[in-house]
Design a protein around this ligand. Structure first.
Ligand code: G16
Length: 548
């Protein structure tokens, strides 16, 4: 027996989605009506019924973090009570973000709800998140997330059915208050898609020839995907994938694939017995870090190398339509696009801004400096996709990662790049610093410091070339005459205070450029950034918490 209930509620403060959906501490999400209010706001904005009155179909899944299973049951009950016809859900409510995006597209659903706080830690005291993806498989655009936020400020009731839990452990069809619930294998459709894009026989031959790899799934959602694809289908040695069992607290790990948080992988890759290739992915499987034996690949360089070599994979053999990168990502990919004679795009931070370019066929490959790369195969960044494209390139070129990087820099020049994060700053201090910096922009051009001359300074604004929508105040850019660049913006995904992101870039042409450590190559740019933004004066911080 199920009963449909309408619960009286009241707006709850702080339900403003950020760069990537709504992220809060788990206890906040577990508080009275909090999850329910946000989910009802989503349903109110996107609608659960078609114009003809029939119910809509949604995909549902998450990265398995603490509260994932409970939240899934709530969302199912609310979908049923709101009149949805069908929900396709990963077994045990598990779906990686790219796999969810694929299922939305594959089954031509009306969108999907993804439960994840991505690379943020999980657990009873850590982070949880919910985001809505549209029928194209991509994150809801700003207009939709703004509408959802507005709805949370005026909400007065939500709908839910009273029922037993749906058994999500068994694959197959069941029903909840008249709504179909299809529990699907989270991996198989995604793995099949990967087989259409990449030369699996060539990669298999490479592994059979003794190629060694280490994949660190960081106790997060990609474990089952990576084991199935890398070990079972491509023949990588058993045990190639480590931390392969998703855990609700990610085993205490911080599943953010960068040299700081994937330190064990970095140590192995720079050690005496380093495998040929290493990779890590994040909580929900959309991010990736790749590293060769003693050769770290920065995400900006990875995007450029993938763009330059994508034609070696069957799915991209016709070439790329264009390359898109987020504004703070280095210009390395632009140089490849110029050489290939294809368009390049610079978008605000956040994957949602790539959606229109991908849908319109203007870009094929996209990337962000924050360890995100992807293509038009889904509408999310895709960690394992990037790993497989790298493997495909390595299998065809039969060179080491270090050799491929060296050749790339010799041909295109090198964009030295680093991001410095200052975390958990008091929000008022961070806001005051950004306001002062924004106020000084007009006076900066022509100013000299650290031997560098400022050419231009602005607050990045983006006009979407497809729908004409405008996004303002997306980050302060300070460009120097020698091609160096400083970018500052506040994170939209943090859950504690403000995180200041400082992005630093310096270009060196050809093999005669600055041949040393990025932090050293960038030293004058780093000093200039601190002087211009007066980071210490406003925040008391000198040393970043995370350097990538
Ligand atoms: C950060 C990154 C962005 C990324 C976003 C969402 O945003 O800087 O590049 O798009 O996370 O990534 P994910 O879906 O993996 O969480 P922010 O606003 O914190 O800088």
């Amino acid at each position: 027996m199920t009963t449909k209930l309408t619960i009286t509620t009241a707006p709850i403060a702080g339900q403003k989605p950020g760069t990537s959906g709504l992220r809060k501490k788990t206890p906040v999400f577990m508080g009275p009506h909090y999850l329910e209010n946000f989910v009802q706001a989503i349903f109110d904005v996107v609608g659960t019924r078609n114009p003809d009155g029939s119910g809509k179909t949604f995909v549902l899944g998450g990265d398995g973090r603490y509260f994932n299973d409970r939240a899934a049951q709530v969302i199912l009950r609310m979908a049923a009570a709101n009149g949805a016809a069908r929900v396709i859900i990963g077994q045990n409510a598990i779906l990686s973000t790219p796999a969810a995006s694929h299922l939305i597209r594959l089954y031509q659903t009306d969108g999907g709800i993804i439960m994840s706080a991505s690379h943020n830690p999980g657990g009873p005291k850590e982070d949880f998140g919910v985001k809505f993806n549209m029928s194209n498989g991509g994150p809801a655009p700003e207009a939709a997330t703004e509408a959802m936020y507005k709805r949370t400020t005026e909400i007065s009731e939500y709908h839910i059915v009273e029922s037993q839990d749906v058994d999500l452990s068994k694959i197959g069809r069941t029903a909840l208050a008249g709504m179909i619930v299809d529990v699907v294998d989270p991996v198989s459709d995604y793995a099949a898609l990967m087989e259409t894009l990449f030369d699996f026989p060539a990669i298999r031959t490479m592994f059979a020839g003794g190629f060694r790899m280490r994949m660190d799934s960081m106790c997060a959602v990609t474990g089952p995907y990576a084991v199935e694809i890398l070990e079972n289908r491509l023949g990588a040695a058993k045990g190639t994938v480590i931390n392969a069992t998703p855990l609700s607290d990610f085993g205490g790990m911080h599943p953010d694939p960068n040299p700081t948080w994937a330190k064990a992988l970095m140590d192995e890759m720079f050690g005496a017995a380093a495998p040929d290739f290493g990779a890590a992915s994040d909580g929900d499987g959309d991010r990736n870090m790749v590293v060769g034996a003693a050769a770290y690949v920065s995400p900006s360089d990875s995007l450029a190398v993938l763009a330059a070599n994508a034609h070696l994979a069957p799915g991209y053999k016709a070439g790329l339509k264009g390359v898109a990168r987020s504004m703070p990502t280095s210009a390395a990919a632009d140089r490849v696009a110029t050489a290939l004679g294809i368009a390049s795009y610079e978008t605000p931070t956040g994957w949602k801004f790539f959606g229109n370019l991908l849908d319109a066929g203007r870009a094929t490959i996209c990337g962000e400096e924050s360890f995100g790369t992807g293509s038009d195969h889904v509408r999310e960044k895709d960690g394992l996709w990037a790993v497989l494209l790298w493997l495909n390139i390595l299998a065809v070129r039969k060179q080491s990662v270090a050799a491929i990087l060296a050749e790339h820099w010799a041909k295109f020049g090198r964009n030295y790049y680093s991001r410095h994060d200052f975390e958990a700053i008091a929000s008022d201090k961070a806001d005051a610093m950004m306001a002062a910096l924004r106020g000084s922009l007009a006076s900066l051009p022509g100013h000299q410091l650290e031997g560098l001359t400022i050419q231009a300074a602005d607050d990045f604004a983006y006009t979407d070339p497809v729908d004409g929508s405008v996004s303002k105040a997306q980050g302060v850019r300070i460009m120097f005459e020698d091609g160096s660049r400083i970018v500052l913006r506040l994170s939209g995904t943090g859950t504690e205070g403000a995180t200041l992101r400082l992005y630093l870039e310096r270009y060196a042409a050809g093999p005669d450029g600055l041949d040393h450590d990025p932090q050293q190559a960038l030293a004058p740019v780093i000093r200039a950034a601190h002087a211009l933004a007066r980071i210490e004066a406003f925040t008391g911080r000198v040393t970043p918490d995370v350097i990538t």
